[in-house]
Design a protein around this ligand. Structure first.
Ligand code: SF4
Ligand code: SF4
Length: 208
């Protein structure tokens, strides 16, 4: 599989596969079993937000980024908008519970890709597009940093030439704030951790 960057995953040799959801609980399941399952769910996800809160959460983090972009000028002139040159098999990885009006494809890794074909309603673009090519990485203790996303190395010229570029600090602070908001939720924390490990792997590869 050829991976060309943060979220421009190539699905050519990695066809999307639909995950089959688990069967619904059977109606004759006894009360004790249901209670045990509910207890385990609470135990595992007790510090997660209720599903209904995620829309609000995304409004909040989208607002944090607002109109900010990595540079104070349009970075698209550097590369003719390389990160938006998609096709029907490439997409942006959605964050957990993130909704989109774009078509979604599921990768073999279970990632949800929002397929955009290079066009979208900018106000509704996924979080990954809003923070590209940065990511709110976390360490073992859940401390949030803002780092270049080395998965974007082959797509975004800013990743390779970061030391020649003056990034907009307000944008970087906003990405950090987004990370701090997300990391409070157990599921997001896990997502940030896993993605941080992936970015580290790409970083070590490109550092060679
Ligand atoms: S690829 Fe990088 S430089 Fe080009 S438009 Fe996207 S974020 Fe800007
Ligand atoms: S969803 Fe929009 S911003 Fe994101 S890559 Fe596609 S065209 Fe670009």
């Amino acid at each position: 599989m050829v991976i060309t960057g943060l979220t421009r995953n190539q699905l050519g040799s990695n066809p999307p596969r639909v995950r089959i959801p688990p069967s619904p609980p059977q109606s004759n399941r006894n009360f004790i079993n249901v209670a045990v399952v509910l207890f385990l769910c609470y135990y595992q996800f007790g510090d997660c937000m209720k599903n209904t809160d995620y829309d609000e959460l995304y409004s909040k983090v989208y607002k944090e980024i607002g109109d900010l972009t990595p540079l104070k000028v349009d970075c698209g002139v550097l590369c003719s908008g390389a990160c938006c040159k998609g096709d029907s098999n490439t997409g942006m990885i959605l964050f957990p519970f993130e909704k989109t009006e774009l078509e979604i494809k599921i990768t073999q890794n279970g990632e949800r890709l929002a397929i955009c074909n290079g066009t979208c309603d900018r106000n509704k673009r996924p979080l990954a597009c809003r923070i590209f090519p940065f990511f709110p990485t976390v360490d073992e203790r859940g401390k949030v940093y803002v780092e270049l996303d080395y998965r974007a190395f082959c797509v975004c010229p800013m990743v390779e030439h970061y030391d020649e570029i003056l990034f907009d600090k307000r944008f970087l602070n906003a990405v950090k704030k987004v990370g701090k908001i997300l990391v409070k939720d157990k599921i997001f924390k896990e997502f940030l951790k896993t993605t941080t490990e992936e970015i580290d792997l790409y970083h070590s590869f490109y550092d060679k």
